[in-house]
Design a protein around this ligand. Sequence first.
Ligand code: SER
Length: 332
Amino acid sequence: MSHIPQRLTNYSIQMKNILIIGSTGQIGSELTMKLRQIYGGQHVVAGYIPGAEPKGELLESGPAEICDVTDGEALQRICEKYSIDTIYNLAALLSVVAERKPLLAWKIGIDGLLNVLEVARTHGCAVFTPSSIGSFGPETPAQLTPQDTVQRPRTIYGVSKVTTELLSDYYFHKYGVDTRAVRFPGLISNVTLPGGGTTDYAVDIYYSAVRGERFVCPIAAGTYMDMMYMPDALRAAVELMEANPDRLIHRNAFNIAAMSFEPNQIFEAIRKYRPQFEMTFEVDPLKQSIATSWPDCLDDTCARQEWDWKPEYDLDAMTRDMLEKLEQKLRA
Ligand code: SER
């Protein structure tokens, strides 16, 4: 238990048996390892779909099971086999891919969620299913977007995230299922690449910088979006699931924020350490229309008040760490 983050020691950590659905994805690959450090490898089951098998440390550090979120019976079997009491449901298509495959996005995001919630109801599991800045739309106040405000997204990704929030709250109020979630900003990490999101440019730009290539930015200058470094995002998920339920006024889902920037600002942050780095623009109309419809920066006061949320990385701290870690990774 030596890896328990300092702030978690404020709570008494209950041992858990956890299932991660989507354990090899952008968030899952790192969250699985973090949860195994906290709760012990054998207590965290890495669920994956064929074609996205866990490898290396992820495979060796604990159990793994084929777990397609659209297969309710398989979910049931896994929950019984491992006496699962907590599910991190990370199965989803990101915003750009979802626009190309809206029916599949709904099937995974909502039909899949209903399977998870039903298993949780019958087995008494707590559930974390992330929402996103994508749950907001063009009518939402873009600056310091309040916790409770208009949510009329224009993407299928956003529609499924709003539905996720509503269904998760419904299962809490009607059946007492312990559902909790955050609205993640664009997530930036040096481990697993995101697949087909609107905020991916903020990851890709670091790879270009480290490879010494010019970056062609698909998002227009002046387009602000909330972003977060992965270590903060992982900590948010774990801290919320460990939070004292008596303090939670909200559940699905909390605004969380760490930094907001537009392409020139991340470019300048990198140039501070890589002065030769260059960027040009070739705006992608689909990505741009999605980005424009999302808020510029969220107000995360409720998360700060109800479970002491606080980010650790700003743009400069993240940039230093990303460049250092990617240098090592690409050299290896
Ligand atoms: N990163 C996601 C996307 O761009 C938003 O939550 O689709």
